[in-house]
Design a binder for this molecule. Structure first.
Ligand code: KG4
Ligand code: ZN
Length: 337
């Protein structure tokens, strides 16, 4: 096959606070560059105005770097796949406008990608799963239990009614004095601690999740303990992290297990930023081994926000001719189904 007949997709992701550009050729990821914005740490959460400004500052450099690293000329690009939503409107608009301008200048099609679909389909980047499959998408903005059929059709089985699992890590971590986003740091500290403190898991019907009560429970617990010992957090940080992480993982896996048994699904996957959590990955591995379920775990690079998953889903949409009009707008809310 010569270079001209290859399908080469440029992927762009700017939905939140990671600017990412990737190139996928004939289904394989050639480059997946991610620039995380550390400015938000100073404020303990994402500041939307800063997020869009930093996307604007880094997107052109990332694009040029991606082409150079992949050894691809702009003229070889077949299409541009870009996150249309859900996400922060100003951030999405930077990526979408940049994608449209490349499409216009190179006269190639635009492919819109739903960020949540891309997280779920990130399971297919490195492996060919057996269907039907249950995918637990756990990110900073969403917690969704999805049933994916043999023809890749997604059915939403359950989701959170309030905070997302990533928010639970970030908000409880903030109470413990960890920098934003607290998830990765809590993961590291939890490895060194014991889950000696118990926090009540939310009791929700069916396959629904709720995480907002955990933050309140941790807040009241800490307030009480700090009255008796002002050094309580510092002297118990690792055990506190292990305890909070344990209850979040327990809630996530209970519903996943119930859904797999009820729906008789034997293939399980996890996606989204929280799927990088080492405790979640190892407990899920044990659960799947026990039940003889096949587990699909994406590499860490494809867990958190990345354009590789956008370009990869863009590649399959390209093959179906699923192109978008250049007049489309960014969507802050964009349901997965
Ligand atoms: O998918 P993602 O990069 O962005 C969204 O679409 O939201 O997910 C970001 C979330 C943050 O809440 C972050 O704390 C969490 O994923 N996260 C983790 C870990 N790595 C990232 N949470 C727990 N353990 C980790 N290792
Ligand atoms: Zn995401």
């Amino acid at each position: 096959m010569n270079a001209v007949s290859k399908i080469t997709i440029l992927g762009i992701e700017t939905s939140c606070d990671d600017t990412s550009v990737a190139i996928v050729q004939d289904g394989s990821v050639l480059v997946n560059l991610i620039s995380s914005q550390w400015i938000h740490q100073k404020y303990g959460g994402v500041v939307p105005e800063y997020a869009s400004r930093f996307h604007l500052e880094s997107i052109v450099d990332l694009y040029e770097m991606a082409l150079e690293k992949a050894g691809i000329e702009p003229g070889e690009l077949s299409a541009v796949a870009v996150t249309r939503g859900p996400g922060l409107l100003g951030s999405l608009m930077v990526g979408l406008t940049f994608a449209k301008s490349i499409c216009l200048s190179l006269d190639i099609p635009l492919i819109e990608v739903n960020h949540l679909q891309a997280h779920a389909y990130s399971l297919f980047i490195e492996q060919q799963p057996v269907f039907p499959l249950l995918c637990l998408t756990v990110s900073g903005g969403h917690t969704q239990l999805l049933h994916i059929s043999e023809d890749h059709e997604i059915r939403l089985i359950g989701q959170t009614v309030d905070d997302a699992a990533g928010e639970a890590f970030d908000k409880t971590g903030k109470l413990l004095g960890l920098p934003y986003p607290a998830g990765p740091e809590m993961d590291k500290l939890a490895k060194k601690g014991q889950a000696v403190f118990s926090f009540p898991p939310a009791q929700m019907p069916d396959y629904q999740y709720s995480f907002s009560g955990l933050k309140t429970a941790v807040l009241y617990f800490l307030q009480n303990q700090l009255k008796q010992d002002p050094e309580f957090i510092n002297s118990n940080l690792e055990d506190l992290c292990a305890s909070v992480q344990k209850v979040i993982i327990g809630m996530l896996l209970n519903k996943l297990k119930k859904a797999a048994i009820d729906l008789k699904v034997k293939s399980i996957g996890i996606a989204g930023g929280v799927s990088a959590n080492s405790g979640l990955r190892s407990e899920l591995q044990d659960l799947c081994t026990k039940h003889e379920w096949k587990l699909y775990l994406p590499s860490i690079a494809y867990c958190t926000d990345n354009a590789g998953m956008i370009a990869h889903l863009g590649y399959s949409k390209y093959k179906r001719g699923a192109f978008s009009d250049l007049g489309i707008n960014a969507l802050a809310r964009y349901p997965i189904v």
